[in-house]
Design a protein around this ligand. Structure first.
Ligand code: ATP
Ligand code: MG
Length: 395
């Protein structure tokens, strides 16, 4: 039997009251984009679901996997559309249950405004009995290793056995644009991903140390952007050289303040870029106390460099390293982040960075620097590339 239909269920989107259309439109747009190249026929919304009809030669497994990463979905059934009557449901259910070995099974029917006039429990009992009669299989309502789902909504009926868990969150785009500062490390990709899952369209900004470092951090940032594009469908990556500014800081400021002054410079550049691209907030991967630059004193010193109206979001601030690592593994960024690369921040790194700075000290440290010129020069060296979700590879 050829599977032909995906039934995707909304995650939080259902709770959004009057904004519902806005959320649903964004979700459908994102799903269509993720489905490009998989051979889907059409996509319909209604009854708290998005239904995707596949073409006969479409790749339904690739399609399911791709929408499982689109933010806004709770789960996705991979199934067969049948007429809403017991015989048609039973035929599909039998095909599905016999397609793969099982020890015990259950049938789970779910009706939403269905035209079919039998109750969910009628369907569970009758289809279950027909499977028992045909296969001798054992019903287990608690620990079944195979579940046949029957979904009835409107005039439609879809039967499926395979169900993928979605990524949850809100559709990308509904929270506007943000600019995430992306190093090559473990934390910042997770921070960017978390804000994308809350509906932000996240653009990425990576500072590199070229020509004093090799291009390895740019390769890191690009590969991390590719992973984010799997979820976000597209990731715009801005690459900005920081080395000149760092050299100025090294020459003209006290060495124990270097790290904080690098970070203040990064934030000023980021704020200027955010303004230019229309991003409503900056996002960083700071986690309180994790390293010298992330004490609350130093975070305040860094933020004090910014104009008052710039919002800095730090979604990992209260997370432990292990929690961040676990999330990076789930998302698929961890392996990339743990490769060796040359980070711009370790250039001229002082032996004992200050852990307790304040804005006054930082301003004194910057007294001999022409900050506006440094920011302007860095921005002028910017390169931008757009990383798109790659089309599925046809087997
Ligand atoms: P990460 O794991 O994200 O590299 P970290 O634990 O190494 O973070 P820091 O080096 O203090 O911590 O960086 C804190 C945050 O500053 C990062 O999460 C990131 O948002 C930003 N950042 C650091 N280095 C860069 C860089 N080269 N380009 C862009 N942003 C950076
Ligand atoms: Mg780092």
């Amino acid at each position: 039997m050829q599977l032909d239909t995906l039934v995707a269920h909304y995650h939080e989107i259902g709770l959004k009251g009057r904004n519902r259309n806005f959320f649903e439109d964004a979700l459908a747009r994102n799903m269509r984009r993720a489905l490009r190249g998989t051979g889907y026929l059409k996509l319909r919304q209604g009854f708290g679901r998005v239904v995707v009809d596949m073409k006969e030669d479409g790749d339904i497994d690739a399609a399911a996997e791709r929408i499982a990463r689109v933010f806004g979905l709770a789960y996705i059934g991979v199934g067969k559309r049948v007429d809403p009557n017991m015989d048609a449901i039973a035929e599909a259910a039998l095909d599905l249950i016999q397609a793969e070995p099982f020890n015990s099974f259950q049938v789970r029917a779910r009706r939403t405004h269905s035209a079919f006039d039998r109750s969910s429990s009628d369907i569970n009992v009758e289809i279950g009995q027909r499977i028992v009669d045909a296969t001798g299989g054992k019903v287990d309502l608690k620990h079944a290793d195979a579940t046949i789902h029957v979904e009835l909504f409107g005039s439609a009926c879809v039967v499926y056995r395979k169900r993928l868990t979605g990524t949850g969150g809100l559709p990308v785009g509904v929270s506007g644009k943000m600019l995430a500062l992306l190093s090559g490390g473990i934390d910042s990709p997770v921070a960017a991903w978390r804000m994308a899952r809350r509906g932000a369209e996240v653009e990425l900004l990576h500072f590199h140390g070229q020509p004093f470092t090799d291009p390895s951090s740019i390769r890191q940032a690009t590969e991390l952007a590719e992973v984010l594009a799997r979820y976000q469908l597209q990731a715009t990556l801005h690459l900005i050289p920081l080395a000149d500014a760092q050299r100025e800081i090294v020459t003209h400021a006290p060495s124990n303040l270097r790290v904080v002054l690098y970070r203040r410079t990064m934030m000023r550049i980021a704020a200027a870029l955010a303004d230019e691209i229309g991003a409503k907030a900056l996002v960083t991967g700071d986690s309180l106390g994790q390293v010298a630059s992330q004490t609350i004193e130093n975070i305040r010193t860094v933020d004090a460099a910014l104009p008052q109206n710039v919002e800095v979001l730090r979604p990992l601030i209260g997370m432990d390293k292990q929690e961040i690592v676990d999330e990076a593994i789930r998302i698929g960024t961890y392996e990339i982040s743990t490769r060796q690369y040359q980070d711009c921040c370790v250039l001229f790194e002082p032996r004992s960075p200050a852990t307790r700075s304040n804005a006054g000290l930082a301003e004194q440290g910057e007294a001999e620097l022409d900050i506006d010129a440094l920011v302007g020069k860095a921005l002028a060296g910017r390169e931008t590339k757009v990383v798109e979700l790659a089309p599925p590879t046809t087997a």
